[in-house]
Design a protein. Structure first.
Length: 352
């Protein structure tokens, strides 16, 4: 009888502790504020069922994003190459890793990632999902050059992280899957939708004559003809998130999407980046070859190179480009800069 009483008390104590623990560590759903233009023009963002946004998960992801512990020598974090003040890219053509080695691709800016409906990330589309994209740079020998096992050990021995993972994911046992899930949660909250042009579309700002003419050039198939790849007033992402050969080279040293798919028809194709925040994201293109926005415009105006996989949308490649006047170039630049979102780069929710 005594043993039964002890067993019953132990069972009740266990159930009490378990229910209390569950009550304490139930994550709070994160309220992702959808911009009005996005709600009106786009379908709902992609949030994986196995990684819903929570207050605790997003906060943990932000902490990890800025934590240099994720690198092999504790000197670099994700933010080292994805600086919030640069719309989550950096100002160099190629970012250097912890050993001083340089890659061959320009660091991509990070925003509005939850609306990448094809779920293909990076310049060449090799990563399906933000979670998978967050995994590779940690161990990449020319980036953070760390051993995931050692990174996890450092996080596990940290005085804060086990409890933060418990609150976010219900376990204090840390692994790389949960680390990348947390980082991906934070990245999905990086929303940019407060530029002058956004305000114009919402009726709260007025464009200058130059900006309005620049937008008209952007949309005119006989002039800039930019909207097919880079969105429009009806696509506030300002990218199609597809892969194109935009006439950078006649021959390829970087195969881009072709290296991923193995299809020669994909050689030289790279993701169309959003043209939001160009004010902050120089240099431009997958290899950062253009230091200024003027160089980008000149490329499409008179610098196109023909190749076997040139995109059919580059209709005037035989003429070298769309051949804009100096005035049209200046006005197009004015419009493009009206898509800059100063509130985004100064958002304290996104900065350390």
């Amino acid at each position: 009888m005594k043993s039964k009483s002890i067993f019953l008390l132990s069972f009740l104590f266990f159930m009490h502790c378990t229910s209390k623990e569950e009550e304490i560590y139930t994550p709070i759903p994160y309220n992702l504020e959808i911009p009005a233009l996005f709600a009106d023009k786009l379908i709902a963002p992609i949030i994986p069922e196995n990684n819903p946004l929570t207050e605790e998960g997003v906060a943990l992801g932000k902490k990890l994003f800025f934590d240099k512990t994720l690198s092999g020598d504790n000197t670099q974090s994700c933010a080292s190459c994805h600086n919030p003040k640069k719309a989550f890219t950096d100002e160099t053509r190629f970012s250097d890793g912890i050993d001083g080695n340089f890659g061959t691709r320009n660091s991509m800016p990070l925003f509005n990632l939850a609306w990448n409906f094809d779920e293909r990330f990076t310049w060449d589309g090799k990563d399906f999902s933000l979670e998978k994209q967050a995994f590779e740079p940690v161990s990449n020998p020319i980036e953070m050059h760390a051993d995931w096992k050692i990174v996890i050990k450092k996080l596990q021995e940290n005085s804060e992280y086990p409890d933060l993972f418990l609150r976010a994911f219900g376990t204090s046992t840390i692994d790389s899957v949960l680390v990348t899930k947390a980082i991906a949660q934070f990245e999905r909250t990086l929303i940019s939708a407060n530029s002058k042009f956004d305000k114009y579309l919402l009726g709260t700002a007025t464009l200058t004559p130059e900006e309005q003419n620049g937008f008209n050039i952007f949309m005119d198939e006989a002039k800039g003809d930019c909207f097919h790849c880079h969105g429009s007033n009806n696509n506030p992402l300002w990218t199609d998130n597809k892969f194109h050969n935009n006439g950078l080279d006649a021959t390829f040293t970087d195969l881009g999407l072709g290296k991923v798919t193995g299809d020669p028809n994909d050689n030289g194709k790279f993701k169309s980046p959003s043209i939001r925040n160009l004010k902050f994201t120089a240099p431009y293109m997958h290899d950062g070859r253009f230091a200024t926005l003027d160089e980008v415009i000149n490329h499409y105006s008179e610098g196109l190179q023909k190749s076997s996989t040139i995109d059919p949308l580059m209709k005037k490649v035989n003429q070298g480009g769309v051949n804009l006047s100096s005035k049209d170039k200046a006005d197009l630049k004015a419009f493009l800069l009206s898509l800059s979102d100063d509130a985004f780069i100064n958002n304290t929710n996104f900065n350390k």
